[in-house]
Design a protein around this ligand. Structure first.
Ligand SMILES: Cc1ncc(COP(=O)(O)O)c(C=O)c1O
Length: 390
């Protein structure tokens, strides 16, 4: 019942039970971790016909099936594949749906390595890559060419958190039968369900909130019935399947993702609201704040906010940014997010081609962990004092 995307069960009840059925494996509540390349067949006829559920390690195991059906239950997708990183989850569907001569539209606020892949590998393979303004909405149709094949979205955008008008983009894409993809890592399926909005392919860096403990790399790609066969075929062709221990860890992480996300989101919003009142901060880039230019869109489409946002310092440059970062004691200086611990990073926006980077001062991204609000607030106050004194 928890696996039924239409179920009326609450989200935390579903997260506690989705994926595996304990009765299929001796009643153990967790799925087996199957380490496998070879799978034996009972006889030559079965082997010739590949007539059994599992045939080879790259093509699925009980461990990967359990996680992928959990994602299908959350997303309402026809199928999901698990790959070794979030970046692989971005590149796999792009390879699956693009060919030489196709035109790809990518949001300009996209995750940096996605841009790198498009600008290097896809360009080399003969794909025309074009970036668009995250706030373009229905205006995206003005960029359509006869060969536009894929529209890649990420909402909110990396580092600056612009919210995209996904329904408007989907409606425009339908006119030309383009495939709409979304990197939905920020929201997870709990806060935004893209397939319900007509998106075709949903990407998650499961490294972040699903894993939740900064110790696993994993990606998932889920698709609607129209796109699943081609996505699955490409997954089997390229052979980038995730390892069973990582897959298991992410499934384990899903069990607590709802309660963790609630805490990440609540602390992050409280800190964002407080930071907005601080003289050293010019702007807080968090879509759940009424001051955010896309707040209305976020409110219309999202069920909540997760725990990562950015601040723009009021003036200064690299010296002030480094003073802020170096003064932090609880926030670590490190990449990634969605884990239990808070992190801060300076944001590089120099590769933007359309979306204008904030001009008031340096942009710093904050991943809010599970620590106590007061301790994080005090740490950020120390950082702001250090930036002001620099
Ligand atoms: C929005 C987004 N997508 C994808 C990724 C890639 O995930 P991974 O680190 O697992 O490769 C990241 C990583 O930071 C990300 O922020």
């Amino acid at each position: 019942m928890a696996n039924d995307p239409q179920t009326k069960l609450g989200i935390n009840t579903r997260l506690a039970h989705i994926g595996n059925d304990p009765r299929e494996f001796h009643g153990f509540v967790n799925p087996p971790v199957v380490h496998a390349s070879t799978v034996l067949f009972p006889d030559a006829a079965t082997m010739a016909a590949r007539a059994q559920r599992y045939t080879y390690g790259t093509r699925g195991t009980p461990t990967s099936d359990a996680l992928c059906s959990a994602f299908d239950a959350l997303e309402g997708s026809a199928g999901t594949v698990a790959v070794p990183s979030g970046l692989a989850a971005v590149t796999l569907p792009l390879i699956a749906f693009l060919s030489a001569g196709d035109h790809l539209l990518i949001v300009d606020s996209v995750y940096g390595p996605t841009r790198h892949f498009a600008n290097t590998m896809l360009t080399r393979l003969g794909v025309e890559v074009e970036y668009y303004d995250p706030r373009i909405g229905a205006g995206i149709s003005r960029l359509f060419r006869p060969n536009t094949r894929v529209i890649f979205t990420e909402s909110p955008g990396s580092n600056t958190f612009e919210v995209q008008d996904i329904p408007a983009i989907v409606e425009a894409a339908r006119e030309i039968d383009a495939v709409v993809m979304i990197d939905n890592t920020w929201a997870t399926a709990l806060l935004f369900k893209p397939l319900d909005f007509g998106v075709d392919v949903v990407i998650h860096a499961a490294t972040k909130y699903p894993a939740g403990h900064s110790d696993v790399l994993l990606g998932t790609v889920s698709a609607n019935p129209k796109c699943w066969p081609q996505l699955h075929e490409t997954f089997l062709s390229v052979g980038i399947c995730a390892g069973p221990d990582d897959v298991y860890q992410v499934h384990r992480g899903l069990r607590t993702m709802g309660v963790r996300l609630e805490r990440h989101g609540a602390t992050a919003l409280r800190l964002a609201e407080w930071l907005e009142t601080q003289p050293g901060v010019a702007r807080v880039l968090h879509p759940a704040l009424p001051s955010h230019p896309d707040h209305a869109l976020w409110k219309r489409d999202f069920k909540g906010a997760s725990g990562i946002f950015s601040i723009v310092l009021a003036g200064g440059g690299k010296t002030q940014a480094h003073a802020f970062l170096d003064a932090l004691a609880i926030f670590g200086l490190g990449y990634s997010w969605g884990g239990f611990e808070s992190l801060a990073v300076p944001v590089f926006l120099g590769d933007r081609t359309v979306a204008v980077a904030p001009q008031e001062g340096p942009v710093l991204r904050l991943q809010i962990g599970l620590e106590d609000f007061e301790d994080l607030q005090a740490d950020l106050a120390t950082g702001l004092a250090a930036a002001a004194a620099a």
